[in-house]
Design a protein around this ligand. Structure first.
Ligand SMILES: Nc1ncnc2c1ncn2[C@@H]1O[C@H](COP(=O)(O)OP(=O)(O)OP(=O)(O)O)[C@@H](O)[C@H]1O
Length: 219
């Protein structure tokens, strides 16, 4: 079944700083939607607002036309990979997969060297290893939409390629909204890309447009 997530009417200021004011984006099952923009333009704030952070009352977030009210979100609707680690340090890899009801064997097939970490607690894993694990848990969750904030940060290139493939595989089950400054990867895997600039979102079709909008320097 296909679902559509739409976001508009978002107004966000901190003091006299207007961060977001003219936002529209949509994400649908079967699609990867990319979100790009300069440091501090409001990407993480927008993602947090979508997943229910009460940063602003002025917003309209809808799934299949039905407004998501307040700050509670059902995990079957939306899951979110934040920039910081979220799995408790005291849990082992095996326990985490059990808790999330996600198949650890399929994970180890994608990342064979994680075999050695099966019984290891999160506290003893490196930053990049934790990041891959958390990204996988969110990406594979039984949710209509997943929102990934900087999924490629701290991750070595060979695993970035695996993760891109997993995202492309998983989009047949859900809509995926993703933001990362590794814009070439975002441009490659996204069906639609939005940029945030001066508080508003607009569609981007090419790296040249990113250049024209001051996000990359091509010449
Ligand atoms: N709780 C807060 N209080 C005050 N200002 C905030 C708060 N949260 C975010 N900001 C400001 O809002 C702006 C947007 O922040 P946000 O984290 O969304 O940027 P971003 O586009 O994700 O940036 P980056 O690419 O650097 O991660 C920034 O100027 C930031 O300093």
């Amino acid at each position: 079944m296909s679902h559509i997530l739409e976001v508009d009417g978002v107004m966000l200021s901190f003091g006299i700083n207007r961060i977001l004011q003219n936002v529209y984006l949509k994400c649908t099952t079967g699609n990867v939607t990319g979100l790009l923009g300069r440091n501090g333009c409001g990407k993480s704030c927008l993602m947090k607002i979508i997943i229910g952070d009460p940063l602003t009352e002025e917003k309209s977030i809808r799934i299949n036309g039905k407004s998501l009210l307040g700050s509670s979100r059902l995990p079957e609707d939306l899951r979110y990979l934040p920039q910081h680690n979220f799995v408790p340090d005291s849990l082992s890899l095996e326990r985490i997969f059990d808790d999330f009801e996600i198949d650890i064997e399929a994970f180890i097939e994608s990342f064979p060297e994680f075999e050695q970490y099966r019984g290891i607690k999160m506290a003893h894993l490196s930053g990049g290893v934790k990041r891959i694990l958390e990204l996988y848990l969110v990406l594979k969750s039984k949710s209509k939409f997943v929102i990934l904030d900087e999924p490629f940060s701290h991750i070595m290139p060979v695993h970035v390629d695996t993760i891109k493939n997993l995202i492309l595989e998983e989009k047949s089950n859900k809509g995926i909204l993703v933001s990362d400054h590794l814009y070439e990867h975002i441009m490659q895997i996204s069906d639609e890309v939005y940029m945030i600039k001066n508080g508003r979102t607009f569609p981007i079709k090419s790296v040249e447009e990113l250049h024209e909008n001051g996000y990359v320097r091509l010449w």
